[in-house]
Design a protein around this ligand. Structure first.
Ligand code: PMP
Length: 433
C-alpha cells in the first residue's frame, strides 16, 4: 500500500484556509482524499509522499506536451524577463492571433482571455448582440464553465431528475444562480437532430446561439453521430443563429485546427483554452468576422487586465510551434488508439464489462452492461462505484486517471508507458468486482 500520510495532513491543513481545502470544485474528487503534489516532469507527477504516477489527467487536459516542457519553459522565462504584462498590445499576441487565423477555419478575428469560462461568456454575449435574441440552446452533460447562465444541466443525480427527453428539466448545478438565468437557455439531450429541429420550430426566433462541445468530453467521451454537427450547422444557418463550438478540450488536441477541422464543420464562433499553452492560463474566443465585429467595434464589451500577458502568449506560441513541428496530434491519436485497443482486449480477456470510448487523444473508460452511449443520459447507465474503484486501484498501482474515467494523452507519453498502463489495468480488471 502506498503511504499518503503527508498528503492527508496537508489536506487537513488546507481545509483551515482554502474553502473545502481546494482552489476549484473539481479538485475535491480524489479517493481517499485529494493528494498534494510536489512536482511533475514529462508524463510523470509526484506527490508529497514521493509516490510517482504515470499521469493521464494532465491537469484536466492542458498539458499536451507533458509537465514542464523544456522549450515552453525557456520561452516563458525569456518573455517574463521582458516584462510580465504590459496590459497593452505587443508583437507576441499579434503573432499568436495570426497563427490561429492560419490554423482554425472560423478564426477570422480573435480575442484572448485567461479561462475557458470567460471566453464562453463572451461568445454567448456577442451572439445575443448580433441576433438581438435572448436564449441559447445547450445540451445535457456539456460543460461551458461555471458562470450563472451555464451552471445548469452539467450533471444530474438520476434519470428521473432530468425529466422527459423531449422536454428536459433545467437542473441547476449550484445554489445562488439568479432566477433569470433559467430564462436564458433551452436544454436538450445531445446527438439527436430531431429534437433540435423541434426546439427551433417552437422557439427559433428566440434562439441566439447553439453552443456545443463538438466531442462530449465532460460526461463520458462521446463523438458526434455522423452528420450531427453538419445538421446543427444547417439549422443555425436556416434560423440565423450562431453555431458555437466549445473547443476548450478538443482545441489543439484532436487536431491543430480543432474539432472543426477534424469533422469538417465550421462554426461561427469557437472557444479555445486548455491545450493551447501547455498549462499557462490563456483562452481565446475566435470567430467569423460578422460575429466578432461587435467586439472589434466595442459595442459588445470584452476586457481583462491580465489578458494576453507575455509569458502566457509565449507559452502558447511555443506549444503550438512544437505541436506543428513534431506532428504531435498524429502521435496522440496513435497512442490513444493503442490504449483503447489494449484496454478493450484486457477487458475482454478478463470478462469485464468495460466500455472504452473516445477518438484517442482523450479516452474514457466506464463499466456498463449496455454499450450504446450517445448522450449524457446514457452515461447514467455506468456503474459509477465500480468506475471509482477502478480509478482508485489504478492510482494505487501508480497510474493517475481523472476520477470520472477520462484519460488524456500527451506527447511525453511513450508506447511502452501505454502498454504498461494496459498491463496494470489488466491486473486491476482481474480483481475488480
Ligand atoms: N468548456 C469546456 C468544454 C471545458 O471542459 C471547460 C473546463 N473543463 C470549460 C469550458 C471552462 O474552462 P475553464 O476551466 O478554463 O474556465
Amino acid at each position: 500500500m502506498k503511504s499518503h500520510e503527508r498528503s492527508k495532513a496537508l489536506f487537513e491543513r488546507a481545509k483551515l484556509s482554502l474553502a473545502g481545502g481546494v482552489s476549484s470544485e473539481f479538485r475535491k474528487f480524489n479517493s481517499p482524499h485529494p493528494f498534494v503534489y510536489s512536482r511533475g516532469l514529462g508524463s510523470r507527477i509526484v506527490d508529497v509522499d514521493e509516490n510517482e504516477y504515470l499521469d493521464f489527467t494532465l491537469s484536466q487536459g492542458p498539458l499536451i506536451l507533458g509537465h514542464s516542457h523544456p522549450y515552453v519553459l525557456e520561452q516563458v522565462e525569456k518573455a517574463s524577463r521582458e516584462g510580465q504584462l504590459y496590459a497593452a498590445l505587443h508583437l507576441g499576441e499579434i503573432e499568436l492571433a495570426e497563427k490561429m487565423q492560419r490554423l482554425i477555419p472560423c478564426a477570422e478575428l480573435i480575442r484572448f482571455n485567461l479561462s475557458g469560462s470567460e471566453a464562453d461568456h463572451a461568445a454567448l454575449r456577442v451572439a445575443r448582440a448580433v441576433t438581438g435574441r435572448r436564449k441559447f440552446l445547450r445540451f445535457e452533460g456539456h460543460y461551458h464553465g461555471w458562470f450563472d447562465n451555464v451552471a445548469w444541466n452539467v450533471g444530474s443525480p438520476s434519470l428521473e431528475a432530468m425529466g422527459a427527453r423531449e422536454a428536459p428539466i433545467q437542473v441547476p448545478w449550484s445554489q445562488g444562480l439568479p432566477a433569470g438565468s433559467r430564462d436564458e437557455f433551452i436544454v436538450l439531450p445531445w446527438n439527436d437532430l430531431d429534437l433540435v429541429e423541434r426546439a427551433f420550430v417552437a422557439h427559433g426566433r428566440d434562439i441566439a446561439a447553439i453552443i456545443t462541445e463538438p466531442i462530449m468530453c465532460n460526461a463520458g467521451c462521446i463523438e458526434p453521430r455522423p452528420g450531427y454537427l453538419k445538421g446543427l450547422r444547417d439549422i443555425a444557418d436556416r434560423y440565423g443563429c450562431a453555431l458555437i463550438f466549445d473547443e476548450v478540450i478538443t482545441g489543439f488536441r484532436i487536431h491543430l485546427g480543432g474539432a472543426q477541422t477534424y469533422y469538417g464543420v465550421t462554426p461561427d464562433l469557437a472557444i479555445f483554452a486548455k491545450a493551447m499553452a501547455n498549462g499557462y492560463p490563456i483562452s481565446a474566443i475566435v470567430g467569423k468576422r460578422k460575429w466578432m465585429q461587435p467586439i472589434a467595434d466595442g459595442v459588445v464589451v470584452h476586457a481583462g487586465t491580465m489578458n494576453a500577458g507575455n509569458p502566457t502568449v509565449a507559452a502558447a506560441l511555443a506549444t503550438i510551434e512544437v505541436l506543428e513541428r513534431d506532428h504531435v496530434n498524429e502521435r496522440l491519436h496513435r497512442l490513444g488508439q493503442r490504449l483503447i485497443a489494449g484496454l478493450r482486449a484486457a477487458a475482454h480477456e478478463t470478462g469485464q464489462n468495460a466500455i472504452v470510448m473516445g477518438p484517442g487523444p482523450m479516452v474514457h473508460i466506464g463499466f456498463a452492461n449496455e454499450s450504446d452511449v450517445h448522450e449524457f443520459r446514457d452515461t447514467l447507465k455506468y456503474d459509477k462505484p465500480k468506475g471509482s474503484r477502478f480509478v482508485s486501484e489504478m492510482q494505487e498501482r501508480g497510474i493517475r486517471i481523472i476520477g470520472r474515467g477520462l484519460c488524456y494523452i500527451s506527447a511525453a507519453h511513450t508506447e511502452a508507458e501505454i502498454d504498461h498502463a494496459v498491463a496494470v489495468a489488466r491486473e486491476v480488471f482481474k480483481i475488480l468486482t
